[in-house]
Write a protein that binds this ligand. Structure first.
Ligand code: GLY
Length: 362
């Protein structure tokens, strides 16, 4: 069974999110957005290329004679202005013009980077997201955030640029290594915690099916997470308010990610950050001890960490203060008012943060 969501931007339908069991509908979906006979550049990484490039190339060859590819080494290290520069060079060499289209085939790194190339090449060309990781499906491919890292700063350079289509072949989740698959669960648990307590309860009930990667459970889970993300980005596309709630767990999570020099996956760091943010919500009296423990149990149920070794609380605090989510001198912290309902709190003190950070250090 397939499913489709329409995403509005500035009040008008902007693109579809398609949930499919294979790549069979890709050519038709691309025709529907009127890019037939334009040049297509598939941008992907060395891992994804091994599994899915041929199938996507074959599907897209029905739309146009020119399907070219750029393959860069897999990993966060490639999410840089150097890779962006290589992409510009290849696009110029292949005479891509404003009417031609980029296709991001891969996980979050590929999607964010390709989106950024699309946002900036010739002042902006169209692009399609074909996410192949759980994290990219439920988070980064939806909502038009694009960008790359700059030196040690994650997502420091970027632009908002909406895709023309997000096409998910859910079967690609079956080839994901366990670590990457479960890392995607971080953003999914986050969706339940910040917006939908019924969904959060459903994730716990369906844990066995989700771990088995049962197709129906995957489809339902990706659909419900995309629905939450879609509704938030429609209401606040440029993160001027509500969209910041999607950063639950990311404030401390990003610091951990930076201090561990990217040896932990993004979703793992988000889970560690959510453990700290949940403790702050408990200490402020918003959630109960039972709910706090339940959140930690749910994170561990999906094989994600709630603590990290080798870091000092002062270092985590210092890096958090430097993070770009700071508004003047205050850290905009996302807390839970209750499970399924988050809010931005700019009043968290240094002592409160240090107490929370200490609970996540081994
Ligand atoms: N990943 C958070 C957002 O798209 O706003």
């Amino acid at each position: 069974m397939n499913q489709r969501l329409i995403v509005n931007y500035e009040g008008k339908p902007a693109y579809d999110i398609m949930l499919e069991p294979d790549f069979n509908m890709l050519a038709e979906a691309v025709s529907a957005i009127e890019i037939d006979n334009r040049k297509l550049m598939i941008i992907t990484d060395s891992n994804v290329a091994m599994y899915h490039l041929e199938a996507v190339k074959t599907a897209l060859s029905k739309n146009t004679q020119t399907v070219e590819t750029i393959i860069f080494p897999a990993g966060e290290g490639s999410k840089s202005l150097d890779t962006v520069s290589l992409c510009y060079e290849k696009l110029i060499q292949s005479s891509f013009d404003r009417n031609d289209v980029l296709v991001a085939l891969g996980g979050g790194v590929v999607g964010d980077l390709t989106g950024f190339v699309a946002a900036t090449y010739l002042r902006g060309i169209r692009f399609i997201q074909v996410p192949t990781s759980l994290l990219a499906m439920v988070d980064s491919s939806v909502g038009g955030k694009t960008g790359v890292d700059f030196k040690a700063y994650k997502n420091m350079v970027g632009a908002f640029h909406q895709p023309k289509l997000v096409y998910m072949n859910l079967s690609t989740l079956l080839t994901l290594p366990d670590a990457e698959y479960y890392s995607g669960m971080g953003e999914i648990i986050k969706h339940g915690l910040i917006k939908d307590k019924v969904y959060y309860a459903w994730l716990k009930e369906q844990a066995e099916a989700i771990k088995r990667r049962d197709y129906d459970a995957l489809r339902e889970m990706v659909y419900r997470s995309c629905l939450i993300k879609r509704d938030v980005v429609e209401r606040d596309p440029k993160e001027q308010g509500e969209r910041a709630l999607l950063n639950y767990g990311h404030t401390i999570g990003h610091s951990v990610e930076k201090l561990k020099e990217l040896t932990l996956l993004h979703g793992q760091c988000v889970c560690i950050g959510m453990a700290a943010a949940s403790l702050l919500s408990l200490n402020r009296g918003f959630i109960s001890e039972t709910e706090y423990k339940d959140i930690l149990n749910t994170i561990t149920l999906f094989h994600q960490p709630i603590s990290v070794n080798g870091l000092s609380a002062e270092d985590v605090y210092a890096v958090t203060k430097l993070d770009k989510k700071m508004d003047s001198d205050k850290i905009k912290f996302i807390l839970l008012k209750e499970i399924g309902n988050a809010f931005v709190d700019p009043t968290i003190t240094k002592d409160e943060m240090l107490t929370a950070i200490l609970t996540i250090l081994e």
